[in-house]
Design a protein around this ligand. Structure first.
Ligand SMILES: Cc1cc2nc3c(=O)[nH]c(=O)nc-3n(C[C@H](O)[C@H](O)[C@H](O)COP(=O)(O)OP(=O)(O)OC[C@H]3O[C@@H](n4cnc5c(N)ncnc54)[C@H](O)[C@@H]3O)c2cc1C
Length: 370
């Protein structure tokens, strides 16, 4: 069976690994000249968002023989709002590196692949379709799905980030919600060593936000972050992305084409996590090709998760700084602490996002109608 994979990233490589484990040899096409040829970026996965799976890395190892080594566990997550600070603690997830770094997740995946990766590929999708029996579309965005009329875009975002040098606890990321500075968006600091971290802002490009100058927002946020963390960070690298698309495909598979990773809609619109879902779509598409499952069935929970995450996005957009202060202040409430602790640290598979979705949807429609 002739299988082409377009894109040697999270989803494409996970697909290749799974195909190979089942005796198939895909041919991988990567438009860049190496795996992970992009800015170095600290990213994270949060187990609480991947229920019913309790520990995503153990699950990938035990169930799919995919091995990923994070930079650290997330043991505490600190939230900052305009006037408050709060945190949650527990086995929250993992921090990892992406991009041009030997330990980036994509480089770790590439080491587990035996099939040839054709770098500097100029192959278009249409050409691959003609030459191969099956095509796995894994280019890291929804552009091809849009062109094929198979994508619903729910929002686009502006993102600006830098790598900073400073002093960091490698197991403690920070998140900021302050709508005076980043309207309807948020910012995060994800350390990837004791000396380096990424500091990033992201906000939706709705009509009112389109007029905003991302550099002004960035400068204001940067000063605030330095003040909050009592450090004078040194910026060593930077990136900026406009119109980063968040949406989902209508059909995960059309004829001989599988839509995987961000081209499927792996990126959750709520908080922008997409790595774990990307890996899952890669694995599931390979399962379908190996007759171990049906792709359309396997991705059903991912569609549900996307829609729950979209409700979270709309919910966040309907809050104001006063609400955010209230929520973040109460994260340190003992009762809530116990509840969160139970969900995170017990063996429970409770899906918080699923539980809160009806409540968020009611709030969203109340806000729409008021
Ligand atoms: C700034 C930022 C921060 C993020 N933070 C997090 C986070 O903390 N946690 C999280 O879970 N997710 C995060 N994400 C999302 C996550 O990175 C993506 O969801 C995930 O990488 C998507 O995997 P993928 O396989 O679809 O694409 P990628 O892993 O991006 O791989 C796509 C590959 O396809 C190649 N390619 C593109 N076009 C072609 C072509 N025409 N032919 C051949 N090859 C092609 C690219 O060069 C690339 O190698 C973040 C995203 C961004 C932008």
């Amino acid at each position: 069976m002739e299988i082409a994979i377009m894109g040697a990233g999270m989803s494409g490589l996970s697909c290749a690994i799974t195909l190979e484990k089942n005796g198939m040899k895909p041919i991988i096409f990567e438009k860049r000249n190496r795996v992970g040829d992009r800015f170095v970026n600290g990213e994270a996965t949060f187990s609480i968002l991947n229920r019913p799976i309790k520990d995503e890395l153990r699950y990938l190892k035990d169930s799919h023989h995919i091995y990923l080594k994070p930079t650290d566990r997330v043991e505490k997550l600190i939230f900052h709002s305009k006037n408050e600070k709060g945190n949650i603690e527990g086995a929250l997830g993992y921090l990892n590196i992406r991009g041009r770094h030997d330990n980036s997740y994509e480089c770790q995946l590439a080491k587990q692949v035996n099939s040839k990766i054709n770098f500097n590929s100029t192959y278009e999708y249409e050409q691959l379709c003609k030459e191969f029996e099956y095509v796995i579309l894994a280019p890291g965005d929804g552009d091809y799905a849009v062109k094929l009329g198979n994508y619903r875009c729910d929002l686009t975002c502006s993102i600006k980030g830098v790598t900073v040098e400073g002093e960091f606890c490698t197991n403690i990321p920070h998140v900021w919600f302050n709508y005076d500075i980043i309207p309807m968006g948020y910012a995060w600091l994800l350390p990837f060593s004791e000396k380096e971290a990424n500091l990033v802002i992201a906000y939706p490009e709705f009509p009112n936000n389109i007029k905003l100058d991302i550099n002004d927002i960035w400068n204001e946020f940067y000063s605030m972050a330095c003040k909050d963390l009592k450090q004078d960070f040194k910026i060593t690298d930077g990136f900026q992305i406009a119109r980063y698309m968040m949406g989902i495909c209508c059909k995960p598979k059309i004829e001989n084409t599988y839509f995987v990773g961000n081209c499927f809609g792996a990126m959750s619109p709520g908080l922008g996590f997409g790595q774990f879902t990307s890996i899952l779509t890669g694995i599931y598409s390979a399962y379908d090709l190996c007759n171990l499952g049906k792709y359309e069935e396997l991705v059903k929970p991912l569609f549900r998760n996307y829609n729950n995450s979209l409700a979270l996005r709309r919910f966040l957009e309907n809050l104001n700084n006063h609400n955010l202060d209230f929520i973040i202040k109460n994260l340190d409430n003992k009762l809530l602490d116990k509840f969160i602790d139970k969900i995170i640290n017990s063996t429970s598979k409770i899906d918080l996002l699923e539980i809160f979705t009806p409540m968020m949807k009611s709030w969203n429609s109340f806000k729409r109608n008021s």
